[in-house]
Design a protein around this ligand. Structure first.
Ligand code: USQ
Length: 410
């Protein structure tokens, strides 16, 4: 472990931010959460709530102090809109590291309407740029660790493993020779949300080159699970757990659906292959990244933060086998490849000591148990994913793996 540092967790009230804040506080670091609580407002907008009952951020930090004797400081700051507040906070507090989770993170939410597209772009791009700008302006030499996404690479099958951020290319020069370069892997976002993370990458590249900021970008897969060692310490430290069609992610959704006897909502043929990571590993990866900052003047450090890949229909079959659930093959509301292969390089975290938790480790049934415990809080009408990528539904995938036409379930 590195010696204790002062760390700002931007978006520290969210699904990965909260367990990260607890983990770093437990490791002895001085933790400050900066958050505008927008995720709670979006719950109100959508009329849904976390499966698990969450207390206010003030109550959560109070309970943490009562349980452990450690303090987590909370500051209500909107990164995207309160630039001066952010700058003054950085100038006064001069953190050693900043972890940036403070973005709208759901692809379906970002595609709901023109208003949601605008919100996601304005919020995410401004938050990232305000932060970079303020770090330069205040001269705070903090290591910036950003939660990016595997989705920046896209999901086309290329027959090669996805490298950790950079791709070596040969460019034919005017005299017929070949010049070698390493470029950012071509961005290929599948939603407005994923597109903002692609834009973030360019902002990072510029600020690392121009101002020498030390930046690590974590290309994270789909997180599953809910508890970490620290959130288990007290019922009021529980993490949030989303099940609705906008914020619930595929594996956690299937587990909740299994718990409440709802048919597993596979989009299309379920041939989509995605990268996954357990929430406990996600938190550990962030700690490892924090302990290994790039040098000043170095290019942006990029890690693929994922531990295994799975096809959606294989996950559905696995959980159906575990819990006896039915599978509903639904028209896909998204515009995405019906079938794709995915091979991802992730040696960097392994070499730095990550020992991954895999689906085979038996945690799936633990999550079904959590879901059963809070099943009374589920509003079944909010389970279907209704946010459509295109108004032309005929352009979406509309048949099951055997080619039968699909109908929606409610
Ligand atoms: N899917 C289903 N049924 C469902 C929900 C999803 O078949 O009920 C399918 C989707 O069509 C998609 C795949 O499962 O093909 C993954 O969807 P998801 O909602 O689990 O994940 P995604 O929208 O990609 O976004 C999530 C997080 C995001 C993070 C991303 C990592 O919300 O913040 O960046 O995972 S990644 O997918 O690797 O880009």
């Amino acid at each position: 472990m590195v010696s204790a540092i002062k760390v700002a967790v931007l978006g520290g009230d969210g699904f990965v931010g909260w367990p990260t804040a607890l983990h770093l506080s437990n490791a002895g670091h001085e933790v400050h959460i900066l958050d505008n609580l927008s995720r709670r407002w979006i719950d109100t907008e959508l009329g849904v709530q976390s499966l698990t009952p969450m207390d206010s951020i003030q109550e959560r930090t109070r309970v943490w102090h009562a349980e452990t004797g450690r303090r987590i400081h909370f500051h209500l700051i909107d990164l995207a809109r309160d630039y001066e507040l952010l700058k003054n906070w950085l100038r006064d507090e001069r953190p050693d590291a900043v972890i940036h989770f403070a973005e709208q993170r759901a692809a379906p939410y970002s595609m709901k309407s023109d208003r949601h597209k605008n919100y996601t772009v304005n919020n995410n791009v401004n938050a990232t740029h305000n932060l970079l700008n303020a770090l330069v302006e205040t001269g705070v030499d903090a290591h910036l660790v950003h939660l990016g996404t595997m989705g920046v690479y896209g999901y086309s099958t290329v027959g090669a493993a996805i490298p950790e951020g950079y791709l070596p290319v040969g460019i034919e020069t005017m005299d017929g020779a070949t010049a070698s370069q390493e470029i950012l892997y071509p961005a290929n976002p599948g939603s407005i949300y994923h597109m903002t993370k692609c834009l973030d990458q360019l902002l990072f590249q510029f600020y690392a080159k121009n101002d020498g900021l030390r930046i690590t970008d974590l290309h994270q897969g789909i997180v599953w699970g809910t508890h970490t060692r620290e959130t288990r310490l007290h019922p009021q430290l529980v993490n949030r757990f989303d099940y609705d069609g906008d914020y619930g992610t595929v594996l956690n959704r299937f587990l909740i659906q299994a718990a409440i006897g709802y048919p597993l909502t596979v989009h299309g043929t379920g041939g989509q292959t995605r990268a996954f990571i357990h929430i406990q590993d996600s938190v550990r990866c962030i700690e490892i990244a924090l302990e290994n900052p790039p040098a000043r003047g170095a290019r942006v450090e990029i890690f693929n933060q994922m531990t295994e890949t799975h096809r959606v229909r294989d996950l559905a079959k696995l959980i159906s086998g575990l819990a006896g659930s039915e599978i509903a093959w639904l028209p896909n509301p998204r515009k995405e490849a019906a079938e794709n292969d995915l091979v991802v390089r992730n040696e960097k975290f392994r070499e730095l000591g990550l020992d991954p938790i895999t689906l085979a480790d038996g945690l799936l049934s633990e999550i079904v148990d959590v879901a059963k415990k809070f099943a009374y809080r589920v509003d079944r009408s909010r389970v279907p994913a209704v946010s459509a990528w295109t108004r032309d539904i005929a352009a979406t995938i509309n048949h099951d793996p055997e080619g039968r036409r699909l109908k929606s379930v409610s």
